[in-house]
Structure formats: structure tokens, C-alpha cells
Design a protein around this ligand. Structure first.
Ligand SMILES: NC(=O)c1ccc[n+]([C@@H]2O[C@H](COP(=O)([O-])OP(=O)(O)OC[C@H]3O[C@@H](n4cnc5c(N)ncnc54)[C@H](O)[C@@H]3O)[C@@H](O)[C@H]2O)c1
Length: 268
């Protein structure tokens, strides 16, 4: 076996990926990684300025391999319009990463209905709108093969342990966990029902990721590390392997699955 075997197995060069929530912590790493794999990137986010500011330097201005689109995943019209625009201008997209996600952090006793609806609309409806628009265009453009990766969370599987949030006011909400559990189930649903079209649908569920731009409190990081079997938080590059694997032909017989990348936290 030589180096070519692995190269062919994970071959992505020449393909295209559409990423939602591209300006965020994980989104930016995804854009960088796909560009390095020779993949054309359609970066979308609700915040165009943030996207240009955070992703602009990754692009090569003379021959841009990444194009930015402002798109709100929670608005069906915005998703349909953007996907239509990308397909009709640039051709087919083999990979869709439904990554945009939000949460709310007020105590549940005080949670206004608007917060609940916002998290629901972005995380769950947004993932659905992405899949729906993608599949309709997949049919229209008579595509032969596609791969969708939905970003869920370990909080779709376990509840947050608030005892470790001593100096961190980002105590995740019931609706965040419920939407992430919903995404894991939706992944199974579409894994089954899109299999005959040759579209694979999988999820990746990250655990807590250290954010150098907006660090979690020192106590929280220490508590989290004590609680986590691998004794630390993830860094934002540690999800890339699972996402790239699921979007490549190395995962050609894998659909409806959820890979949990949480240092073993959900195994207790
Ligand atoms: N960071 C973590 O520790 C962690 C852990 C588990 C799961 N996740 C999940 O990973 C995904 C990415 O998280 P992140 O840490 O990069 O978050 P982030 O907040 O850094 O980025 C999220 C991005 O989504 C965009 N966005 C928000 N609302 C949108 C909308 N309506 N339409 C389009 N874009 C919208 C934001 O502008 C932002 O750029 C999310 O789904 C999140 O739930 C993150």
C-alpha cells in the first residue's frame, strides 16, 4: 500500500461544498480545511460583514476558490434563493454542511418565547430548509451523488452538567439540546429516505470546544477538563477529520450516522 491509497480514499479535489454559519468558529476552520483539500467553497452566513472580516484572508483574490453569500438559514425564501443562485451560477454542489447554530442562555424560568423560537428556527428549521433546498436542486440538476453533514452537539445526547459552569454564564438551554437531538433524528430520517437518490446524510456532534477569541472561564475549563475522560476541551481543528471523512468517498457506505467528537464526555 502506498500514499496514493489514502489520497484516493479521501479525494475531494475539484468538488464543491456549501457551508452555513461559515463565519463562526467551526465554520472558518471548515472553510480553511476544504480550501486546502482543493474544494471550491460556497461560504454562507447571516452576517456578511463578519464573514468578509473573518474569512477574507483565506481567499486568493486573483482566483477566488471561495465565494461569500449572505443567507439566513431560518428563512426559507433566503435559503431557496441562495441555493438556486449558487447552483445556476456555479453548477452542482456535492457537499452540504449544515453548520449554522445558535443558543440562548437565560435561566429557563425566564426564557421568552422569542428565544425558544429563534433557536428552533435557526437550528432545526434551518437544517431542514438546507436539506430540502439541496435535494430539490439535486433532482433538478440530475445529480448522481451527494453528501450532507449536519452539525449537532453532544448536548443533543446528554444534558449539560451545570455544576461545572461555575464562572461561565453560557449554560446551555433545553431548546438547544432538543434541537440538536432533533438534528440527530432528522439525520437518520434523511439517511434512510435519501439513500435511493445516492445522497448520504450524517451528523457530527462536537463536545465543548475551546474558543481562543472568546475564552470560556478558567474555572469552567478546569472543571470541564476534570469531568472529561480526555481531560481537556477540544480545539476547533479536532472536528475536521470526522466531517471530511463523512463528506468523502471513504464514507461511501455510511449514512444516517452521528459521530460524537467529545473526548469521551458522553460515555460516562
Ligand atoms: N463551539 C462549540 O463548543 C460547539 C459544541 C457543540 C456544537 N457546536 C455546534 O457547531 C456549530 C458551529 O458552532 P460555532 O461554535 O462555530 O458557533 P459560532 O457562534 O462561532 O458560529 C455560528 C455562525 O452561525 C451564524 N448564524 C447565526 N444565525 C444564523 C442564521 N439564521 N443563518 C445563517 N447563519 C447564522 C453566525 O453568524 C455565526 O457566524 C453550531 O451548530 C453549534 O451548535 C458548537
Amino acid at each position: 500500500m502506498n500514499g496514493d491509497f489514502l489520497k484516493k480514499l479521501y479525494h475531494l479535489e475539484g468538488k464543491s461544498v456549501l457551508i452555513t454559519g461559515a463565519a463562526g468558529q467551526i465554520g472558518r476552520e471548515l472553510c480553511r480545511a476544504y480550501l486546502e483539500c482543493g474544494v471550491r467553497v460556497f461560504a454562507t452566513d447571516v452576517d456578511m460583514n463578519r464573514m468578509k472580516e473573518r474569512l477574507g484572508k483565506l481567499n486568493n483574490d486573483t482566483s477566488p476558490d471561495m465565494v461569500f453569500f449572505e443567507m439566513d438559514v431560518s428563512k426559507k425564501k433566503s435559503v431557496i434563493k441562495t441555493f438556486d443562485n449558487i447552483f445556476s451560477t456555479y453548477g452542482q454542489i456535492e457537499i452540504l454542511i449544515n453548520n449554522a447554530g445558535v443558543s440562548c442562555f437565560e435561566p429557563f424560568e425566564d426564557r421568552p418565547e422569542e428565544s425558544f423560537d429563534w433557536v428552533m428556527d435557526v437550528n432545526l428549521k434551518g437544517t431542514f430548509f438546507g436539506i430540502q433546498s439541496y435535494v430539490n436542486l439535486f433532482d433538478k440538476y440530475k445529480m448522481k451523488k451527494g453528501a450532507i453533514v449536519n452539525i449537532a452537539s453532544f448536548y443533543g445526547i446528554i444534558s449539560p452538567d451545570f455544576r461545572i459552569y461555575t464562572d461561565c454564564n453560557r449554560k446551555n438551554s433545553e431548546i438547544y439540546g432538543a434541537t440538536k437531538a432533533g438534528i440527530i433524528q432528522m439525520t437518520k430520517y434523511f439517511g434512510v429516505h435519501l439513500a435511493d437518490r445516492n445522497i448520504r446524510v450524517n451528523a457530527v456532534s462536537p463536545g465543548g470546544i475551546y474558543n481562543p477569541d472568546n475564552p470560556q472561564g478558567e474555572d469552567f475549563i478546569r472543571n470541564y477538563s476534570l469531568r472529561c475522560p480526555m481531560k481537556r476541551m477540544a480545539n476547533d481543528k479536532e472536528l475536521l477529520g470526522a466531517i471530511i471523512y463523512l463528506s468523502s468517498d471513504a464514507a461511501s457506505y455510511t449514512t444516517g450516522q452521528n459521530i460524537i467528537v467529545d473526548g469521551g464526555m458522553s460515555c460516562w
